[in-house]
Design a protein around this ligand. Structure first.
Ligand code: RB5
Length: 153
C-alpha cells in the first residue's frame, strides 16, 4: 500500500460500513494503524457525526489521514470540507485519488460505497496513500483555500 506506517482515522455511515470494514482490514494487513470512529452496524445514522469525528482526529494530528465512506461519498465530502483544516477529496477512480493528493494535498479521502466496487475502492486507497503532495504552484492555491475559511477582518 505504502512503505511508511500510517495512522488512519476511518468513519462511515450505514451506507458505507461494510466497505469501511474491508478497507480497515486491508490497512491493518498492510501494517498501518487504524482508528475506527464507527458506525459499526447497519442501523441508519447521520454521516456528519462520523465526518466530524474523523476530521477532528486529522486536524488534531491524532491521525495522518482520514477515510470516510457513505453511500455516494458526497455527504461525507461536503461535511468534511466544512472543517477549516480539512481538504477532503471524493474519489471514484485511481486518477482522482492520485490527483487529490498531488494537487489538493487532501488529508481526507471520501468514498461512495454504492458507486464503486470493493476492488476499485482498495485501488483508490492505495493510490491515495502512495501519492505525495507536489507542492509548487499548488501551495499558492491551498493558501487561498485557507483564506476562504478565515473570518473576514
Ligand atoms: C444514506 O442513505 C445516504 O444518504 C448517505 O450514505 C450518503 O450517500 C449521503 O451523501
Amino acid at each position: 500500500m505504502t512503505s511508511r506506517s500510517l495512522i488512519l482515522a476511518l468513519g462511515a455511515d450505514h451506507g458505507g460500513v461494510a466497505l469501511k470494514t474491508r478497507l480497515a482490514a486491508a490497512l491493518v494487513e498492510a501494517g498501518h494503524e487504524v482508528q475506527d470512529y464507527g458506525t459499526d452496524g447497519p442501523a441508519s445514522v447521520d454521516y456528519p457525526d462520523y465526518a466530524q469525528a474523523v476530521c477532528a482526529a486529522v486536524a488534531e494530528n491524532r491521525a495522518d489521514f482520514g477515510i470516510l465512506v457513505c453511500g455516494t461519498g458526497i455527504g461525507m465530502s461536503i461535511a468534511a470540507n466544512r472543517h477549516p483544516a480539512i481538504r477532503c477529496g471524493l474519489a471514484h477512480d485511481v486518477t482522482t485519488a492520485r490527483l487529490t493528493r498531488a494537487h489538493n494535498n487532501a488529508n481526507v479521502l471520501a468514498l461512495g460505497a454504492r458507486i464503486i466496487g470493493e476492488e476499485v475502492a482498495l485501488d483508490i486507497l492505495r493510490a491515495f496513500l502512495a501519492t505525495p503532495f507536489e507542492g509548487g504552484r499548488h501551495e499558492r492555491r491551498l493558501a487561498k483555500l485557507t483564506r476562504i475559511t478565515e473570518p473576514a477582518p
